[in-house]
Design a protein around this ligand. Structure first.
Ligand SMILES: Nc1nc2c(c(=O)[nH]1)N[C@H]1C(S)=C(S)[C@@H](COP(=O)(O)OP(=O)(O)OC[C@H]3O[C@@H](n4cnc5c(=O)[nH]c(N)nc54)[C@H](O)[C@@H]3O)O[C@H]1N2
Ligand SMILES: Nc1nc2c(c(=O)[nH]1)N[C@H]1C(S)=C(S)[C@@H](COP(=O)(O)OP(=O)(O)OC[C@H]3O[C@@H](n4cnc5c(=O)[nH]c(N)nc54)[C@H](O)[C@@H]3O)O[C@H]1N2
Ligand code: SF4
Ligand SMILES: [Mo]
Length: 760
């Protein structure tokens, strides 16, 4: 087994694909469809087929780099087993059917449910991999047309805690910094992020930045020695789920050693705690007293991280400029939002924010979780561009823009992802549309949620799945629709650094596959005809995704996301633009909240000319002050005990993408890891009599998996790690994981549950 960590340069792509660019190969610019790094790519097209891919050296932030997954995209997209025809389940089996029959069936099932059981009996489950226009259209249809807030998607499993962190600390979602900061940071703090394998091109930029300047230091906080640890100056390895005290202890040291940026704190920060369920203002002194509980020594007892390493990390952190980068190791926890708050706390205390290289930067998992789902408000509690379903003014604004009947948007949030699948299991959701995601594989505690979808076989709840390949979800569906993907359709992706980029249609979809956008338009039209959505609410308003983009620009206008200046024409011409960009002549924003950089800061509704250029004001936060939260340590939902003495953590490897439906199509990627594996520390393996490559039974309170051992000194003792990519039943690790979720963000705790291990 081998892993190729890191990125490969522009020129490597063609030899890897074994292709030479023929003189008649046309190169078209696009964007990689995998991770949230958002790499700019050039696609080689010949005779209507994709023949090669390479990094675009002209891309301003990814600079010609791409990683292994991207290189195989042409092969993946043009794989033999693409879905080509709609299928309807008849007598228990999926059988090909004409589009009209399939669409009519879906529309009548939805219309029926809405009429008989009300709007909240239907649901949409979407994705951070759908195009912005697609997520927006689905959101518009369900919330403003049908009148239900049951709109969710896989970003709930992924980014919800990061959203919660940004919103509670700064008042609005999305990072304020950008990849530009990588070139200026002197300290990198990587927390629960396997950047080398999951955001390889960002990792490569960090390596390049470090190579250029000798004084760069790296702190890693991760219970595994994943590949990023190889460049760490300090490695903090907490017991999974127990790192909050480590962040507090870092703050403790920062206060104790007078490393607080007093002036910054006095001007820009307030302190809050939660008492009796309500947030209350407290003073700096209260915060200092709170931190007394979290001395490095006490943190060592709780987290297992040596106190002297915490002290060293705190000193490095305050040295700055510091850029923190984190992903699922923080977010996928029942304390995900709090953990995010605590990283922000460290930046606020030391004034490591708003200056070049100083920023708390949440890395986004999927290519369009930011632009497509977070920004367009396509989750059950929010509305486009920072609006909330709970606020009457926000509902009214969206109803007006959408041309919806007054009062259609419900004031109560819909069901969050886990609750939505539970409601499906109880037959409370009668019809569900699943698009660009594979929940039959990716949901935590998958067995009951799979059963809920599979019950559709008895004709109970009705489930329609739109995908490009057969999956562990399509096998459960009543109707499967074949989707056009990526280079087969046009749309916008918005990646980690607020950059909106267009990817154009370049080739035709196989067989009868249609774009999700086209399918959604068709679906909406049929619901209108059946009288459960007002006539003309969507039908006739949009022909192409370009048309939807015009409405999106209006929806963002005047908000803290203002991208009115990002026209379709600019997107075609430029290599993506970072919002805010309120006017067509605005070049886009590298650092938000900073005077002289953020246009909303200078001229918009948030203008405030008291500040000197370069100064920060958190205009979206209450009283324009970011909040340092006093968040106590809380153990994971399922701590280990005598019966289940090991911690199971799950995640990813470089070569594969989530449920493997795409990356498993390339033999070259498959060969890197021919089968699933469970990492076990040598000490634990010895105790259990488990040898390298022997099969291990992993059992939790919910289910079991049988997976081959990889005995390596990578996870902490007491912890095992399984990647999520394999879909065969003995390896499907989500039968073992837990669906407990963060009470704030509703994001499940994929990263921690208790298991028993035995030789199989
Ligand atoms: N190759 C590849 N790249 C991808 C993806 C993919 O499927 N494959 N998916 C994309 C998506 S959607 C996402 S969300 C990202 C995920 O990107 P990452 O979050 O970087 O990847 P993971 O492997 O899920 O988890 C990262 C790390 O969290 C650590 N961790 C576990 N528990 C804890 C804890 O309690 N505290 C701390 N501090 N760390 C902990 C794990 O040890 C692991 O090394 O990757 C994106 N990029
Ligand atoms: N155990 C464990 N489970 C996890 C995680 C973990 O760390 N551990 N991480 C969670 C996270 S962060 C995430 S983001 C989720 C991801 O979970 P999923 O979203 O379920 O996983 P993907 O494999 O990305 O699913 C995308 C699906 O869309 C299909 N597809 C691709 N392009 C198109 C298109 O254009 N249109 C349509 N209709 N379909 C298309 C693909 O074939 C694939 O089936 O997994 C979550 N589950
Ligand atoms: S780093 Fe992410 S966006 Fe870039 S090429 Fe790799 S998978 Fe694609
Ligand atoms: Mo994700």
């Amino acid at each position: 087994m081998a892993s190729v960590a890191g990125a490969v340069g522009t020129n490597v792509s063609l030899p890897v694909l074994g292709q030479t660019a023929q003189p008649d190969t046309k190169w078209v610019k696009s964007v990689c469809r995998f991770c949230g790094t958002g790499c700019g790519v050039l696609l080689g097209v010949r005779d209507g087929r994709l023949v090669a891919l390479r990094g675009d050296p002209k891309h301003p932030s990814t600079r010609g780099l791409v990683c292994a997954k991207a290189l195989f995209l042409p092969k993946i997209v043009q794989a033999e087993d693409r879905l080509r025809r709609p299928m309807i389940r008849k007598n228990g089996r999926l059988e090909p059917a004409p589009w009209d029959e399939a669409m009519e069936l879906i529309a009548s099932k939805f219309a029926d449910a809405i009429r008989r059981h009300g709007a909240d009996s239907v649901a949409y489950y979407g994705s951070g991999q759908a195009m912005t226009e697609e997520s927006y259209l689905a959101n518009r249809l369900f919330k403003g047309g049908i009148g239900t807030n049951n709109v969710e998607g896989n970003p709930r499993l992924c980014m919800a805690s990061a959203v919660g962190g940004y919103v509670t600390t700064f008042g609005k979602d999305e990072p304020m910094g950008s990849y530009d900061d990588i070139d200026h940071a002197r300290v990198f703090f990587l927390i629960g992020s396997n950047t080398a394998e999951c955001h390889p091109v960002i990792f490569d930029r960090i390596l390049a930045s470090r190579a250029e300047r000798r004084d760069v230091r790296v702190i890693v906080c991760d219970p595994r020695k994943n590949p990023v640890v190889s460049m760490a100056d300090v490695h903090l390895d907490p017991i999974p789920g127990y790192d909050l005290p480590v962040f507090h202890a870092m703050a403790h040291v920062i206060v104790r050693e007078n490393k607080v940026d007093r002036e910054f704190v006095e001007r820009n920060v307030q302190f809050k705690a939660v008492k009796d369920g309500e947030p209350v203002k407290v003073g700096f002194d209260d915060y200092v007293k709170f931190l007394d509980q979290y001395s490095p020594q006490r943190a060592e007892i709780i987290s297992g991280v040596p106190a002297h390493l915490i002290e060293e990390a705190a000193r490095l952190f305050s040295f700055g400029p510091t850029m923190s980068l984190w992903t699922m190791g923080l977010n996928q926890r029942i304390t995900g939002v709090w953990a995010n708050n605590l990283i922000h706390n460290l930046h606020l205390l030391t004034g490591n924010i708003g200056k070049p290289g100083a920023t708390p930067f949440s890395l986004t998992g999927q290519p369009n979780a930011c632009g497509g789902v977070r920004d367009t408000g396509s989750l059950c509690h929010i509305l486009p561009y920072g609006r909330s379903v709970k606020k009457p003014a926000h509902r009214a604004e969206m109803e007006k823009l959408w041309g919806a009947r007054k009062g259609t948007i419900r004031p109560k949030p819909g069901l969050n992802t886990v609750e939505m699948f539970k409601a499906l299991g109880r037959d409370e959701i009668k019809a569900m549309l699943v698009l660009t995601t594979n929940p039959g594989h990716s949901m935590p505690n998958a067995t009951p949620h799979r059963d809920a979808m599979g019950k559709s076989r008895d004709g109970k709840p009705f489930v329609c799945v739109i995908d490009a390949y057969p999956t562990r979800t399509t096998e459960l569906a009543d109707v499967v629709l074949p989707a056009a993907m990526w280079a087969e359709k046009t749309g916008v992706f918005g990646m980690s650094e607020r950059r909106y980029q267009l990817h154009p249609q370049i080739i035709d979809a196989p067989g009868e596959a249609r774009s999700d956008f086209d399918i959604l338009l068709d679906f909406a039209g049929r619901l209108e005809k059946k009288g459960v959505v007002p006539r003309g609410y969507i039908a006739g308003k949009f022909r192409t995704t370009d048309d939807v983009w015009e409405e999106l620009r209006e929806a963002g206008k005047g908000t803290a996301y203002d991208f009115h200046g990002i026209t379709r024409e600019r997107l075609r011409r430029e290599r993506g633009i970072r919002w805010p960009a309120p006017t067509t002549d605005h070049p886009g924003t590298s650092r938000r909240f900073v005077k002289g950089e953020d246009p909303l800061r200078d001229n918009g509704p948030y203008a405030d000319h008291e500040l000197a250029p370069g100064e920060t004001k958190f205009y979206a936060a209450p009283d324009h002050r970011a909040i340092v939260w006093l968040r106590p340590h809380k153990p994971p939902a399922e701590p280990v005990d005598e019966q289940y003495p090991y911690v199971l953590s799950t995640g990813r490897v470089l070569e594969h993408w989530h449920t493997g439906t795409m990356t498993m199509k390339a033999d070259e990627l498959k060969r890197a890891y021919p089968e699933c594996f469970v990492e076990i520390h040598p000490e634990d393996a010895r105790k259990l009599g488990i040898r390298n490559r022997s099969k291990v039974r992993i059992t939790s309170r919910r289910g079991e998996a049988v997976i081959r051992a990889r005995v390596v000194n990578i996870p902490r003792p007491g912890m095992v790690f399984v990647p999520m990519h394999w879909d065969d039943d003995p390896s499907l690790i989500n039968r073992v994981t837990i669906d407990a979720y963060d009470p704030g963000s509703k994001q499940p705790e994929f990263k921690v549950c208790a298991v028993r291990l035995a030789k199989a």
